[in-house]
Ligand binder design. Sequence first.
Ligand SMILES: Cc1cc2nc3c(=O)[nH]c(=O)nc-3n(C[C@H](O)[C@H](O)[C@H](O)COP(=O)(O)O)c2cc1C
Ligand SMILES: Nc1ncnc2c1ncn2[C@@H]1O[C@H](COP(=O)(O)OP(=O)(O)OP(=O)(O)O)[C@@H](O)[C@H]1O
Length: 204
Amino acid sequence: MDQHLEFPTSFHGQDTLKLSGCVLTIGAFDGVHRGHQELIGTAVCHARRLGLPSVVYTFDPPPKVLLAGAQPLTEIGDKLARMSALAPDHIVVAPFDTAYRARTAEDFIREIGAFNPHMIWVGEDFRFGSCKRGNSEMLAHYFDTRILPAVRCEAGEIVSSSRIRALKAAGRSTEAASLEGWPGIRFDRCPSANFPLTNGAYHV
Ligand SMILES: Cc1cc2nc3c(=O)[nH]c(=O)nc-3n(C[C@H](O)[C@H](O)[C@H](O)COP(=O)(O)O)c2cc1C
Ligand SMILES: Nc1ncnc2c1ncn2[C@@H]1O[C@H](COP(=O)(O)OP(=O)(O)OP(=O)(O)O)[C@@H](O)[C@H]1O
């Protein structure tokens, strides 16, 4: 059986997906590194346990690429392939441009309201909306918001896209690749959901 068809991910532009419930996670997810994998995997796992669809909401390009000239770790096609290997039901891609960037945190909260999130998973430093005014506390006024503790490398430092970019720029590609974590380590933290966590594309 083609396992890619077992848990197909559907892709959406901004403002096209409407749901009566879901578990949502949000972020730039450049590189879909080990921290991102844990976050998306956790959201997918909770969605399965709750019997709800899982949604990953992301941006293209990553805000730091547009606003700070950062070198992207993944082009959009690779990023979507890595994300869909974690088997979310839906991926929404918002075009991050100057008009989108000017939208307020309240605009964004209204937008994601169209998915009716029963639970939202983000990391500790998640910010959103014009001038980064929105944070997880604000999100928690509207939705059941869960914070995933930061995933760290063996040396104790937080895994981040910025750190991987810096390692690559310094020619430390082996360390960068180990933080990025692709090809992915297969992890199954969803045993009680009676589904494999991955869609089969995520091999050791
Ligand atoms: C509607 C909206 C507007 C945003 N406007 C800005 C902005 O003005 N300046 C900025 O640096 N980032 C802006 N961002 C990007 C966020 O700071 C952040 O990068 C994004 O929500 C992804 O979170 P992450 O970086 O934790 O993945 C905006 C995000 C959203 C959703
Ligand atoms: N190491 C990590 N552990 C857990 N969650 C993380 C980790 N890194 C990022 N996240 C979360 O993943 C989502 C996407 O984050 P983002 O794309 O900004 O990653 P980042 O690695 O922090 O990127 P950058 O270094 O470019 O700021 C956010 O909710 C963020 O809080």
